[in-house]
Write a protein that binds this ligand. Structure first.
Ligand code: SAH
Length: 222
């Protein structure tokens, strides 16, 4: 007999363990971020058999060679954005919509851009079904940012950039933060850039591995 599908209660339990062991014990301190990670049903953002692995300490495949980052990376990047309930946020790389949902728990208005139409459409449907009505999914090339809703208090890029796209710096509000993995296609460093007027203060945070950011100010399509 096949094993029974985990119930919502099982998932809730797995999620609680994820928050304690993978996030709190490893130094994620922001209680609002921990609460958001406890609330968003990560298993809903992956399909079929992959749902049972949703709360493990690893990235998850979402099709079209793309992945949702490991829970720790999502939490760490979110913490670095220093969101408050009024923040206007831009995400580049919607993917499944999971990171966008976490942002939706913490910020005021969120725009998220995805270059694959099919992923954008699926993510928009799911986010709506789950009630994330302040998260707006846009299909397009996020390396150009989204000028019509700028400036943003926080911008997060969830794909690896060869260099920091100028448009994203231009669209950052004064005092705003940009969190972005920068490096080659196989390895990157996560950086945080804070805007102070016309100067940009840059900090190196940790090593990471993301799928490539493909676009005009990113990598060429292979
Ligand atoms: N944040 C996502 C995971 C991102 S995976 C989640 O929580 O599920 C990286 C995503 O960035 C992929 O879906 C990829 O198609 C997308 N991407 C890559 N280059 C892009 C670009 N220039 N503009 C928008 N999306 C891009």
């Amino acid at each position: 007999m096949a094993a029974a599908e985990p119930s919502e209660r099982d998932f809730d339990h797995l999620r609680r363990r994820m928050v304690e062991e993978q996030l709190r014990d490893r130094g994620i301190r922001d209680e609002r971020v921990l609460e958001a990670m406890q609330t968003v049903p990560r298993h809903r953002f992956v399909s079929g058999w992959a749902a049972s692995a949703a709360y493990e300490d690893e990235p998850l495949a979402i099709g079209l060679s793309q992945t949702i980052s490991q829970p720790y990376m999502v939490a760490r990047m979110t913490e670095l954005l220093e969101l408050d309930p009024d923040s206007r946020v831009l995400e580049i790389g919607t993917g499944s919509g999971y990171q966008a949902a976490v942002l939706g728990e913490l910020a005021g208005e969120i725009w998220t851009i995805e270059r694959h139409d099919e992923l954008a459409r699926k993510a928009a449907e799911l986010l709506q079904e789950l009630g994330y009505l302040r998260v707006h999914v846009v299909a397009g090339d996020g390396t150009l940012g989204l000028a019509e809703h700028a400036p943003y208090d926080a911008i997060v890029v969830t794909a690896a950039a060869p260099r920091i796209p100028q448009a994203l710096l231009d669209q950052l509000a004064d005092g705003g933060r940009l969190v972005i993995p920068v490096g080659d296609r196989s390895m990157q460093r996560l950086r945080v850039v804070t805007r102070r007027g016309e100067s940009f203060d840059e900090k190196d945070v940790l090593g990471c591995r993301f799928v490539p950011l493909v676009g005009v100010a990113g990598y060429a399509d292979e």
